[in-house]
Design a binder for this molecule. Structure first.
Ligand code: NDP
Length: 468
């Protein structure tokens, strides 16, 4: 008699004890379902996508108007818009494009593209895609970041460049990044239809709006290595992040004759985050952005327009309206931010190391506990993966997000509580990460089936034990 299938055996057995987990192997999710991005968009998803495409650019422009004309007060900005009427308000306050800023931004893109293409770097491997493709990437981001910053500092010290240049041209740059972001999202859409890099990894939802927002291609490329995602997510936006900080810090100095402790603390937090990103660029290839999100407006416009404007709101605010923290406030915010970073890095590292060593490592000084599970790609092949059940991943299923939220909170807290606007980054991160938890768990459940349920029953908290 043929033995019963493994899935049946599992359902007949009592739940595994903790010590059993490490040895357990189960069947792939049955019935098999593709675990990539959704292939059907509800009317709500399409409507929400349209709303985000229209609202996000208005949001970032509204922030600039608030900082430039209303002392950072969103309520004053909104009440003026209401009393003036939208058309007259827009005519009076909307940012104007400038040739200088547009040319500067185009040169910036070209410079980063040249560094990305020409600088040497190790060849790293991403994550298996739902269709079964395994892509290679040149990870030279740290070198690109260093070259860019060294050149900037040398140019500033030799008097060739005003460090506050970006801050002084923020208005024109806001237009330039938006225009490029929309062009990029439009181009990605056309390319997905006429010249896809990996046709089998495309996803169509039946809604053009949802496809524009969420993207069709998973990893659009020029040639073998020139990857749209890694370049745009990693270079023009993230390399610029610390340059923008530097520029608004110089702007504060030029405007007030001193540099506040609050802006220096934000600079420190951002620099740690950015340098960590580049040191661990290889790890980034196996995160959700790179391995699961498709390339459309969300990632394209998001990385070139949203990231450099919303993620730097604190320095834009402090550069104009300095806040001086007391010693105790500074220590409190530094402790929370650095604690958040330690949690973020340690959790991300644990997941990466347990998988890259196939479980042959130690987590918190002990052998890791994990579920060895199998999943299938669309080409019918079966693969193995590990779900870590100890360390941070045994404490909560998304402890790395908690670390990120602690950092985001600290970055905003240095701006004080007078205005809501500099807190936008924290609210955005809270929404995006809470939503990501839900959509990631839905995908993992499709990918790993019973093994995911088993993991969830072992680790019942999503973010913070006893709360959520
Ligand atoms: P994760 O790094 O948490 O990756 C989630 C994936 O990890 C899952 O889809 C699954 O993928 C795998 N996984 C889930 N549970 C386990 C487990 N127990 N053991 C091993 N693997 C597991 O998510 P993100 O990519 O969203 O985030 C990466 C980092 O980036 C986080 O620290 C986050 O805070 C940060 N982030 C920052 C943002 C920003 O704008 N500043 C935005 C979003 C994220 P699979 O099994 O398919 O490999």
């Amino acid at each position: 008699m043929a033995p019963p299938p493994l899935t049946e055996l599992i359902s007949m057995e009592p739940p595994p004890s903790t010590s059993q987990i490490q040895q357990q192997e189960t069947d792939v999710a049955e019935p098999f379902s593709s675990w990539g991005r959704k292939t059907e968009a509800t009317w709500f998803a399409a409507a929400a996508s349209l709303a985000l495409v229209l609202i996000c650019p208005v949001w970032i422009v509204g922030n600039w108007i608030t900082l430039e004309y209303f002392d950072g007060s969103l309520s004053s900005m909104v009440s003026t818009a209401y009393s003036d009427g939208i058309s007259s308000f827009t005519y009076q306050y909307a940012p104007r494009p400038s040739m200088k800023s547009s040319f500067g931004y185009a040169s910036w893109l070209a410079f980063q593209a040249a560094l990305y293409s020409l600088l040497p770097g190790p060849i790293s491997t991403g994550q298996l895609t739902p269709a079964g493709n395994l892509l290679k990437y040149k990870t030279n981001g740290l070198l690109a970041w260093m070259v860019t910053h060294i050149l900037t500092v040398v140019a500033a010290m030799s008097g060739v460049l005003d460090l506050a240049l970006i801050a002084k041209h923020w208005e024109g740059l806001l237009i330039a990044v938006n225009v490029y972001g929309f062009l990029l999202a439009g181009f990605a859409q056309i390319k997905a239809h006429v010249a896809p890099t990996h046709p089998d990894d495309r996803k169509f939802s039946g809604s053009m709006i949802f496809d524009f927002f969420a993207g069709i291609e998973l990893n659009p490329r020029f040639g073998e290595l020139w990857d749209f995602k890694l370049f745009h997510n990693g270079r023009p936006g993230i390399v610029a992040w610390t340059l923008i900080d530097l520029s608004w810090t110089a702007f504060q100095y030029q405007s007030y004759g001193y540099v506040s402790n609050s802006i220096l603390i934000v600079d420190l937090f951002h620099t740690i985050y950015v340098v960590d990103f580049f040191i661990n660029e290889d790890w980034y290839l196996r995160t959700i952005d790179m391995s699961h999100d498709h390339y459309g407006y969300y990632l394209g416009w998001g990385s070139v327009a949203f990231l450099p404007t919303i993620y730097t709101l604190q320095v834009q605010y402090l550069g104009r309206y300095p806040v001086d923290l007391t010693f105790n406030q500074a220590i409190g915010v530094l402790s929370l931010g650095l604690g958040g970073y330690a949690l973020f890095r340690s959790a991300n590292h644990q997941k990466d190391v347990v998988r890259s060593t196939n479980g042959q490592c130690t987590i918190w000084g002990a052998k890791p506990r994990y579920i060895r599970c199998r999943y299938r790609t669309d080409d019918g092949r079966t693969h193995e993966s590990l779900l870590l059940c100890s360390g941070w991943w045994g404490w909560s299923r998304h402890a790395n997000y908690l670390g990120d939220l602690m950092q985001a909170f600290s970055m905003c807290a240095v701006c004080g509580f007078d205005h809501l606007l500099p807190w936008s980054y924290f609210f955005f991160m809270a929404v995006i990460l809470l939503h990501r938890i839900l959509r990631d768990e839905e995908r993992c459940s499709k990918k790993y089936g019973k093994n995911w349920e088993q993991y969830c029953s072992q680790v019942s908290w999503r973010l913070l034990p006893t709360i959520y």
